[in-house]
Ligand binder design. Structure first.
Ligand SMILES: [Zn+2]
Length: 318
């Protein structure tokens, strides 16, 4: 206790009872700081917004969504770590790319016309031979899906904290995002190229499920997401303990404290691929229907239905 601060008069031998209570309480300064932090939203967010030069609108958006995401995953530090390491770039409405993003990544990428955003995680090898993944979220501004996409991309990254890129024995570089892995290799032109992936739609299923839950916290219980509807439907048909087990596997990597049947997950993942990889589905159904487009459509519908049932059954016994 700092006597001077409470202005004890010279000659007061013992502090009174009131003074004792006051002395054991946090100082006015500390109170003021706590109150300011509460009214400013999440502490630490201001610094991040300043570091990346975010405008007021994006800052306000982050103040709104960060507490919800942190609450859902019970991991505020993790969410802040993601935002600290993963800058957000906005593509202006009507434009195809963000100059700042291309400068940051050292590439000349355009956001696909139909995409509302994404996270770039392409690895590179630094001058001193270290593996590095430069992460950044690129978002189309002014789209009705911008907010949901931002939540979705942050969730993928919260599920990827501490998952470092790895050099595989075959020379490929493995980058993990939640449950999924992407494999990169050097192309003939010397550029890093995506050469393979694993469990991509299993990760999207979990992430789309989480995103909708978090968006309900932000927008109200009636909120309906418009992404990966078929994958969310599968997740909603899973018992809660299966979802929790997948969530632990996703967030913490291999050490989940349960026995994990990886072969079974491989099987479920390939069923999800069959549902989600549309060009493959179309060419297969066209062949089966002998060129009859209506019949091909009907075949695809039946294939989807059967695969959804198979995925749900597989997950129910996972
Ligand atoms: Zn995603």
């Amino acid at each position: 206790m700092d006597n001077e601060k409470y202005d004890f008069k010279e000659g007061d031998s013992e502090p009174s009872e009131v003074e004792k209570v006051l002395g054991s309480m946090p100082s006015f300064e500390e109170f003021r700081r706590t109150v300011e932090e509460e009214s400013n939203g999440v502490s630490g967010l201001n610094e991040i917004a300043e570091k990346y030069g975010y405008n007021e609108e994006l800052k306000k958006t982050l103040e709104m969504i960060v507490p919800e995401i942190a609450d859902y995953y019970d991991n505020l530090d993790g969410v802040l770590k993601v935002l600290d390491e993963c800058p957000i770039f906005m593509v202006e409405p009507g434009k195809k790319s963000s100059e700042a993003a291309n400068k940051y990544f050292g590439t000349n990428e355009e956001l696909p016309t139909l995409a509302s955003g994404g996270t770039s995680t392409v690895p590179r090898i630094t001058e001193d031979g270290q593996l590095e993944v430069r992460k950044g979220i690129v978002l189309r501004g002014g789209d009705k899906r911008t907010l949901q996409t931002l939540v979705h991309e942050i969730c993928h990254q919260v599920a990827s904290i501490n998952k470092e890129p790895r050099l595989e024995p075959d020379g490929r570089i493995k980058v993990d995002t939640g449950l999924s892995s992407e494999y990169y290799g050097m192309g003939e032109d010397g550029a890093m190229k995506l050469v393979g992936s694993k469990w991509v739609y299993l990760e999207e299923m979990m992430n789309a499920y989480d995103t909708e839950m978090i968006m309900r916290g932000i927008k109200g219980d009636n909120y309906k997401s418009d992404e990966y509807g078929i994958l969310r439907a599968i997740a909603y048909n899973c018992p809660a303990d299966v979802i929790q087990k997948l969530e632990r596997l996703r967030i913490q990597g291999v050490d989940v404290g349960d026995s994990v049947d990886y072969e079974k997950l491989d099987g479920i993942s390939s069923i999800l691929d069959d549902i989600m990889i549309v060009p493959r589905k179309i060419s297969l159904s066209n062949k089966m229907a002998g060129g009859d487009r209506e019949k091909a459509k009907e075949i695809r519908r039946e294939m989807d239905q059967r695969n959804v049932e198979k995925a749900i059954n597989g997950l129910n016994s996972f």
